[in-house]
Structures are given as structure tokens and as C-alpha cells.
Design a protein around this ligand. Structure first.
Ligand SMILES: NC(=O)C1=CN([C@@H]2O[C@H](COP(=O)(O)OP(=O)(O)OC[C@H]3O[C@@H](n4cnc5c(N)ncnc54)[C@H](O)[C@@H]3O)[C@@H](O)[C@H]2O)[C@@H](O)CC1
Ligand SMILES: [K+]
Length: 502
């Protein structure tokens, strides 16, 4: 696995363990890191008239001295600038000693057009806001419109949470080592990193395994082993049955989008549970998807008893109020057969006055899995204290929300975070702005429920759905509307299904 995300502290620990385990000591790891960066610079920026390497006082600067030496040895014109001397005896001091170029003070940094910048000022060790000469260098890079290649992280971006600390370089390319960090994927860090390259510098998987990391980049590797593939002897009810609650006559579309997505995801049957006064509207728009009246808890329970549904979607277009709470608690009270409840949109907002009722129901032993899919506003309604806590990253917020709610939390956005109550979390990285369209969240909710209904565990189902949804949106591209998404899921699902067979 190479999709673990390491905080800067965990990365430091991995460096130490790798050095202890050998065969590479600190300076050798640094030479490997510098060599990876130099290779990328030579390959991608062969036409650069000059490379300005900006070195900080720590090991990030140490990588920079290696890059400067290797580029100079390759005949590239290099200017070396330093914001502070490396500590005597450190690996960075050794790397500086091996570099034939003498650094000039960063205070005098003046680039020329046609050159590029290698940013080796601060990486994992950034501990406070950037200021002074570094801010000036960042401004000059912008003024001259120079491409920036960042080593490990663009200086000024926190590896832990992706925040800009004072100011930051906007890199065209960021080369990081061993594993990515949360700050590479959380916004705004992701935008500042530009294209990302993950380089192997000789830190083994065994060393990373020892850290028992529970934060991941969301990619198929994380959940493909749990992805449902129907056996040849299956029948429709073995592929799961999803119930989707519809809103009233004027807001039935959202539920139908969820229903379509659940059906496309491979669930064998889908039923729209509709208020009596919206049955006619729903009936006009449904073909393979079933329709059933559900005006109160008794009718929901009767449906569960008769049809043995395995997952539900509640919230899209439903309207805020008592009925949501009644239906959600009725579903969470089922003790066998129902795998999960996806609570979205109005479903989340309806619990704002009394979230503990929801969380307690989800905490009960053998309760169906709860999956919450809030965007920022909905998140703040259910978890106001976490949303207001400036000290928490989106990753930490989602993780705490999952622990508190006893549910899987899908904190949506350009950097969707999926967190499980047991502490696992994944940050999604294939998001696309084309998904920022009305109804796209309804499709996501249906997709999660469809995967849950087929027996996929809740965290995996949520991660898979987020990734598949984004992949489908990105492939469709311009012109995408939510109605297109259920069908656009098909090629992505097809590829995943066949890749599990190889
Ligand atoms: N052996 C290792 O540990 C390896 C480390 N590597 C590199 O080492 C980096 C981490 O090195 P370090 O832990 O030394 O950290 P950094 O080099 O990122 O920064 C630490 C130094 O910067 C200073 N500093 C932090 N924030 C500052 C600010 N806002 N303004 C001014 N000074 C500031 C600190 O006081 C310290 O001197 C990684 O990002 C990676 O590039 C790689 O060489 C691979 C091997
Ligand atoms: K850097």
C-alpha cells in the first residue's frame, strides 16, 4: 500500500525508523530525495535558462543543496540562495558541504524571466507563519511568473492540514517522498501543490506499516477488495434492495436521482417510498424502479417487513421536520437485514435541534450503519462546535464527527473527507468542479446506499462511492448535469468490476 497519508510528525518518525533499519542513513536518504527532484527538473524544464534553488535551514534545505549540486554537475546554470545556515553536523550541513556552489543570502534574491525556482525553504518542519525574505521571494515568483518546483511541500503550506501559514509558493510541481501528507490533498494545500509526484527514496513499506497509520488517500486500492461483484448464480434480491424516501409532490426529483444511482450501482431492486400525495408524480417518472406509499412510520415498518430492504436513503428533497426523525429512527431500530441508512441534506438538518437522538440510535449494538453526507453548512448544523473550532483541520473535524455520531461521515467539498467511527479516514483527490451541480449530492447518496445494500462495509462503501462519483463526473466533464451522472457511473463501475477479476 502506498496510499497512507502521513502527518509531518509521522513522516519524521518514518525517517528515523528508516535510518535505524538501514541501509540508508540520513544523508543517503537526502541524496536520494535530491536526485528524484533533480531528475524531474531536468526532464521537465530542459529549456529553463537558469534554476534558482532556494534553501532553508533544515533538511528541506538539505534536499535543495543536493539538487543544486546535481543540476550544476549536469551543466545547468544554477543560482543558490539561502535563508539560514544549516545546523552544524546536520545532514543538511553535510549536503551543503558537498555542494560546490556558495549560497547567496535570500534577502538579495532576484530572479530573471526564463528561469525556474526550486523551493527548498520549508517542508515538513514548517512550524510558524512565513515572513520576511520568504514572503518577498514568493511575491517575486508571482511577479516574474516563474514556474516553482516545490520539494516535499510548497513553503508556507502546512503538511498536517493544507493551510497557508502567512503566505505560500504556488507550485507547478510538488515532489514528495515515501508517502503523501494530508496537506497535499486538503484545500487549499492541494491547489498550491500543482501536479504532485510521489518518489520512492528508500523508505520501506515495513517501516510505514509500523506506524499503523489510519489516514489514507481515497483510491480504489483502499476498497477494491470489498467491492461487490455479483456471482453468476445471483438473483435480484441477493444484490440488495434500496429504499429511497421521496419528498412531496413538488420535490420528488432528488429522491429519484438517488434511486437511479442506487440502481446503477448494482443494487438488484430499488423502491421509491413516496408520500401518498406524490405517488402520481413519481409514477410518471419511474420504470424499473418500484414505488410504494409511505406516509408514516407504520407504513415504513410494513415495507421493511414485506420487502426486506437492505439500505435506505433519506433526506434528498424530503423537507426538514419530524417525519425525517421518525423515519430515520425507525430504520435505525431494525436489528437484522438492513445494512445501512444514508442520511443526506434535509435528513441531516432535521436533527440539528437534537443530534444526540440520532447518534444514540446509531450507537446501539447491531443497528444499521449510519452514513452522513453533509456539505459544510449541514456539517455545522449537526456539529456546531467542531465546525467553529479553527484549530481543527477538515480531516480532524470529520474524524471527531464520526466518533461522536457513531456513523461514517462524508464531509463533502473539493477535498471530501470520509471518516469512520473507528478512526479511519480518507481524503478524496479525484474531485472535479463539474460535480458542483444541483442534484449531484443526491446521486452520491444513492450510490453509497446501493453499495451498502450489496454488503459493502460502510466506510468502504462511502469511500468507493465518493471516488466513483468523482471519476464519472470528471470523465463526463463540461455540460454535466445530475441526470447524466447515474449513466456516467456505468463505465467506471465496469472498469472496477473487471479489475477485481484480474
Ligand atoms: N532524513 C530525513 O529526515 C529526511 C528529510 N527530508 C527532508 O526534510 C524535510 C524536513 O526537514 P526538517 O524537519 O528539518 O524541516 P524543514 O527543513 O522543513 O524546516 C525546519 C527548519 O525551518 C525552521 N522554520 C520552520 N518554520 C519556519 C518559518 N515559518 N520561518 C522560518 N523558519 C522556520 C525551523 O526552525 C527549522 O530550522 C522534509 O520536508 C524533506 O524535504 C528528506 O531529505 C528525506 C530524508
Ligand atoms: K519546500
Amino acid at each position: 500500500m502506498s496510499n497512507e497519508l502521513l502527518t509531518p510528525a509521522e513522516m519524521g518518525e518514518a525517517d528515523r525508523k528508516a535510518i535505524e533499519a538501514g541501509p540508508f542513513d540520513g544523508i543517503k536518504l537526502m541524496r536520494n530525495a535530491g536526485a528524484c527532484v533533480a531528475r524531474e527538473v531536468l526532464r521537465r524544464y530542459a529549456a529553463a535558462e537558469r534554476v534558482h534553488v532556494l534553501c532553508g535551514p533544515g533538511n528541506n534545505g538539505g534536499d535543495g543543496y543536493v539538487v543544486a549540486r546535481l543540476l550544476a554537475e549536469s551543466g545547468v546554470p544554477v543560482s543558490l540562495w539561502s535563508s539560514g545556515e544549516p545546523r552544524p553536523g546536520s545532514d543538511a550541513a553535510l549536503a551543503a558541504g558537498e555542494c560546490p556552489l556558495r549560497p547567496m543570502p535570500l534577502a538579495g534574491f532576484l530572479p530573471t524571466t526564463g528561469s525556474i525556482i526550486v523551493d527548498a525553504l520549508y517542508g515538513a518542519g514548517l512550524s510558524r507563519a512565513i515572513e520576511g525574505d520568504t514572503v518577498r521571494a514568493i511575491e517575486l515568483a508571482i511577479t516574474f511568473g516563474l514556474p516553482v518546483v516545490a520539494i516535499d511541500l510548497p513553503s508556507g503550506i502546512s503538511g498536517a492540514n493544507g493551510r497557508v501559514m502567512g503566505a505560500a509558493f504556488r507550485a507547478e510541481l510538488t515532489i514528495t517522498f515515501a508517502r503523501m501528507k494530508p496537506g497535499h490533498l486538503l484545500m487549499p494545500g492541494r491547489e498550491y501543490c500543482g501536479e504532485m509526484v510521489l518518489s520512492d527514496i528508500g523508505i520501506s513499506d515495513a517501516v510505514i506499516d509500523e506506524l499503523q497509520v489510519c489516514t489514507f488517500r481515497n483510491c480504489p486500492q483502499l476498497w477494491l477488495g470489498e467491492f461487490p461483484v455479483p456471482g453468476v448464480d445471483t438473483h435480484k434480491y441477493r444484490r440488495g434492495h434500496v429504499g429511497v424516501f421521496s419528498g412531496g409532490p413538488a420535490s420528488t426529483g432528488a429522491g429519484r436521482l438517488s434511486a437511479l444511482a442506487a440502481a446503477r450501482s448494482g443494487a438488484g431492486a430499488v423502491t421509491v417510498l413516496s408520500p401518498g400525495n406524490a405517488l402520481a408524480v413519481n409514477a410518471m417518472h419511474l420504470t424499473s424502479i418500484m414505488l410504494r406509499k409511505a406516509d408514516d412510520g407504520t407504513e415504513v415498518e410494513a415495507f421493511i417487513g414485506d420487502r426486506r430492504p437492505s439500505a435506505f436513503v433519506l433526506g434528498p428533497g424530503f423537507g426538514v421536520g419530524d417525519k425525517v426523525r421518525e423515519f430515520a429512527l425507525a430504520v435505525l431500530a431494525v436489528r437484522a437485514g438492513v445494512e445501512g441508512l444514508v442520511l443526506d441534506a434535509d435528513g441531516i438538518t432535521s436533527f440539528r435541534e437534537e443530534p444526540s437522538a440520532l447518534f444514540t440510535a446509531a450507537a446501539a449494538p447491531d443497528a444499521p450503519a449510519l452514513v452522513l453526507t453533509p456539505h459544510d453548512g449541514e456539517f455545522a448544523r449537526l456539529f456546531p462546535d467542531l465546525a467553529a473550532d479553527e484549530g481543527l483541520s477538515k480531516l480532524e473535524r470529520a474524524r471527531q464527527a464520526a466518533a461522536r455520531s457513531h456513523g461514517v461521515v462524508v464531509a463533502k467539498g473539493a477535498d471530501t473527507v470520509i471518516a469512520a467511527p473507528d478512526g479511519r479516514a480518507a481524503i478524496n483527490a479525484n474531485g472535479t468542479p463539474w460535480l458542483a451541480t444541483a442534484g449531484s449530492g443526491d446521486v452520491l447518496a444513492g450510490l453509497i446506499a446501493g453499495l451498502l445494500a450489496q454488503g459493502m462495509p460502510a466506510f468502504g462503501a462511502a469511500c468507493a462511492a465518493v471516488w466513483i462519483h468523482a471519476e464519472a463526473g470528471a470523465r463526463f466533464g463540461p455540460g454535466l448535469i445530475a441526470e447524466d451522472l447515474p449513466l456516467a457511473l456505468a463505465p467506471v463501475l465496469r472498469e472496477l468490476t473487471y479489475s477485481t477479476e484480474s
